[in-house]
Design a binder for this molecule. Structure first.
Ligand SMILES: NC(=O)c1ccc[n+]([C@@H]2O[C@H](COP(=O)([O-])OP(=O)(O)OC[C@H]3O[C@@H](n4cnc5c(N)ncnc54)[C@H](O)[C@@H]3O)[C@@H](O)[C@H]2O)c1
Ligand SMILES: [Zn+2]
Length: 366
């Protein structure tokens, strides 16, 4: 008698998707969706700010096109990335009779994308969803790649899933209503992508740094297109982050620890900017990066008005604890992604805690 049964599972579904980037995306969305999704109920999940700015209009457009649409929102901000918000959304969607063939639209910044994506990944064991990112950070980074999830009191983004969107609709004109601070935040992820992967893109940003504004739609479209293309190419090679996708964590190992140690008073992009600086410093100390390239990175972040001087860390215990629990660290040693030139990165570099402490606290004059 056979003592073992093998379950053969081969990936059989093509989960490829398209990313549309143009200034008419939002206005045209209802007619584009009606071609493919008509007959399904639609749930727009957004936050309390984006709802009034773009959510109600999208709901009206979709309703006019013949869709049955429910719009739900939750309070804007990182503190909404928690289990009780997820539970409340599950309840709202279930009470409104969501079905497995319904469509969820994540309309908002990275927080909405992560939360709505996680709801889509989990409700009824997974329904399809579309990303409509409305912050620069979400347009260049978080809306592509399928990582969704929430924070846990023990650390950021520790609970989640991989759930790829069925499409991504990026409209750079929505950035005109974004605050200057949030806009700058997104630029940190742009610098991360360019520094980690593509020196010619990095030089392009250097050349245009002073012209990058929320309303320069032409330049923004180019920056978003190049960032997304680079990220998509990495995701195609390594969807579940077992190798090359880790390059996108540049600046994030220290960045996350700084974010947590500040009790999230530092915005994600600010923390990433500081993380890129600190990790580049480590790269110089380890002989991977030339001092001149380190200075180039710092100069670009400064020109883009991003922070480069690490503020006093009050909660050092939390900083080091987060470094330890960061989901990217494997085992006791901290595995870093470090630049070994602009546009080139080394993955899985072990960095002794002592060196990290010196790189971080020296900059505070300690
Ligand atoms: N899943 C991923 O791959 C990935 C990658 C990077 C970052 N993230 C996550 O993304 C989150 C940060 O995203 P974020 O910076 O977009 O923050 P966010 O979603 O909180 O948006 C920032 C603020 O801007 C407001 N807003 C959004 N769009 C607007 C618009 N067009 N006009 C005016 N206001 C607008 C929001 O209401 C919010 O108050 C973090 O939680 C981070 O962990 C995820
Ligand atoms: Zn990030």
């Amino acid at each position: 008698m056979a003592r073992q049964i093998n379950v053969h599972l081969k990936a059989s579904i093509d989960r490829s998707y398209q990313i549309a980037i143009n200034p008419k995306v939002l206005a045209d969305m209802a007619s584009v969706l009606s071609r493919k999704w008509m007959g399904r109920s639609v749930f727009i999940i957004t936050d309390s700010i984006v709802s009034g700015l773009y959510g109600q209009r999208l709901q009206n457009d979709l309703t006019d096109s013949g869709f049955e649409v429910i719009l739900v929102d939750f309070p804007s901000g990182e503190q909404s990335k928690n289990a009780s918000v997820i539970h409340a959304l599950h309840t709202q969607l279930l009470t409104n009779s969501i079905r497995r063939n319904s469509l969820i639209i994540a309309l908002g910044g990275g927080v909405v994308g992560d939360v709505a994506g996680y709801v889509a990944a989990t409700i009824l064991r997974g329904v399809k969803f579309i990303q409509v990112p409305t912050t620069l950070l979400s347009q260049v980074d978080s809306s592509v790649g399928g990582k969704v999830g929430i924070d846990h009191p023990l650390g950021k983004n520790l609970i989640g899933a991989f759930h790829q969107p069925s499409a991504v609709f990026i409209d750079p004109t929505v950035l005109k209503t974004l605050s200057e601070k949030e806009f700058r935040n997104g630029l940190a992820e742009v610098v991360k992508i360019a520094a980690a992967l593509d020196i010619s893109f990095f030089s392009f940003i250097e050349r245009n740094a002073r012209k990058i504004t929320r309303t320069n739609v032409k330049l923004l479209s180019e920056i978003i297109r190049r960032s997304v293309a680079l990220k998509a190419a990495v995701v195609e090679k390594d969807e579940h982050e077992s190798g090359i996708r880790k390059v996108l964590n540049l600046g994030h190992t220290i960045g996350h620890a700084l974010e947590a140690a500040s009790n999230y008073s530092l915005k994600h992009g600010e923390a990433v900017s500081l993380g890129i600086v600190a990790e580049s410093r480590l790269a110089v100390k380890l002989g991977l990066l030339r001092e001149v390239d380190y200075k180039r990175v710092v100069k670009l972040l400064t020109t883009l008005k991003l922070p480069t001087r690490i503020p006093q860390i009050k909660n050092k215990t939390k900083f080091f604890r987060t470094l330890g629990t960061d989901k990217k660290s494997e085992g006791a040693q901290n595995m870093f992604v470090l630049l070994n030139g602009i546009g080139k990165s080394a993955i899985g570099v072990e960095v002794p805690m002592e060196l990290i402490a010196r790189a971080i606290f020296q900059r505070n004059g300690a």
